[in-house]
Write a protein that binds this ligand. Structure first.
Ligand code: BYC
Length: 327
């Protein structure tokens, strides 16, 4: 329902008669499903909106390593440790693909990273929540990567070529991530009563922040209308959230856990589950920097950046040597 409201109000979207000839031709390419490539003409707003979304997405991948990185040394078995390590490394790689995609739009990676480190740039709200125990590793992989996949599968159809192609590879890796999370949840929910209680507790805590990952309700989304018109986004925030709820509630039931929302009910006619709103006041507070871990996350990234300076310098020196040798 929200989706239609946004599409019809079309907040900030120019009507065809208000567009320049170039803008009309650009919109026609988008409407025809063509991909826009870095050297193609594009409206300034399209470029800015893409840089905003892609860089925030990249920052989410990079900051997203922290809650799980925290558990690598405490994984219960060598196999679990190796799997978690691989997953966290994948997230770093995703950040790099996304920063590279953003760079094709004429921004510098150093500037993007400065914006993250200074707290100017956003990253996904979910990573400002703590991971308290091993069950959280299951819930993060299952719910957080599960939510990320819903969004990213759709983004494979985004109109900007480099972003869309980055999504193809990221989605393959995210599917492995979500399965490893579900596998942890399976083990814990079929284990002892104490393990099952840990699994339920992790689900209870992470369910609501996972719903928030899709962004504010459509009626309050600033960018959706224009982003949908330009196919930067191909589904609205509420459409993504509904998809996630519909795919996840049967999985909760399969695990033998309780859905943490007493209002969640399947409507047999529509095939969709109803669900309660997360606490939107909490969401906006997290966006303003007041979540449980905002300060810790930024501090950890700043320390990593300072401590990694020698390594970046070494890489640059090596690249310069190679370039000189090739000349
Ligand atoms: N957290 O107009 P709206 C992952 C901001 S993690 C923080 O609806 P839009 C992973 C929004 O940026 C998943 N901020 O925005 C990694 C905007 O602020 P600005 C990352 C949020 O862009 C490691 C304002 O609120 N995925 O992959 O149309 C391990 C108004 O919102 C959030 C992506 O980033 C939020 N949850 O829609 C595991 C996917 N929601 O910029 C997993 C790509 C909204 O005006 N991004 N805001 O200051 C998107 O699809 C869209 O950007 C969103 C938001 C659906 C997230």
């Amino acid at each position: 329902m929200y989706a239609q409201e946004v599409k019809s109000t079309g907040k900030g979207v120019k009507a065809p008669e208000e567009m320049s000839v170039q803008e009309r031709a650009f919109q026609a390419r988008i409407d025809a499903g063509e991909k826009i490539e870095p050297k193609d003409w594009m409206p300034d707003g399209y470029r800015k909106n893409l840089v905003r979304q892609i860089s925030q997405h990249g920052h989410s991948e990079v900051v997203g390593q922290l809650p799980e990185g925290n558990w690598i040394t405490r994984a219960p078995t060598l196999e679990r440790k190796a799997i978690l390590l691989a997953k966290v490394q994948d997230e770093a790689g995703h950040g790099l693909y996304l920063y590279s995609a953003a760079e094709t739009l004429g921004v510098s990676r150093a500037d993007l990273i400065d914006d993250l480190l200074s707290g100017k740039a956003k990253y996904s709200s979910i990573f400002n929540y703590p991971t308290l125990n091993w069950a959280d590793m299951g819930a993060v992989g299952w719910l957080v990567d599960g939510a990320a996949i819903v969004n990213q599968v759709a983004l494979q159809r985004t109109s900007y070529g480099p972003y869309s192609r980055a999504m193809v590879r990221i989605c393959k890796e995210e599917s492995f991530h979500a399965r490893q999370g579900f596998d942890i949840m399976m083990k814990m929910s079929s284990g002892t009563a104490a393990q099952k209680a840990m699994a339920q507790d992790a689900l209870n805590r992470l369910w609501w922040p996972a719903l928030m990952m899709f962004g504010p309700p459509d009626a309050e989304s600033v960018h959706s209308a224009q982003s949908m018109a330009w196919k930067i986004k191909v589904m609205t925030n509420d459409e993504g959230r509904q998809k996630f709820v519909d795919q996840t509630i049967p999985q909760i039931e399969y695990l033998g856990l309780e859905v943490p929302d007493s209002a969640a009910k399947l409507n047999r006619e529509t095939g969709h589950y109803s669900y309660s709103d997360p606490d939107w006041a909490e969401f906006f507070a997290v966006l303003k920097g007041n979540g449980p871990c905002n300060v810790d996350r930024l501090r950890a990234r700043n320390i990593a950046h300072i401590e990694g300076a020698w390594f970046r310098d070494g890489l640059m020196a090596h690249a310069q040597k190679q370039q000189l040798a090739a000349e």
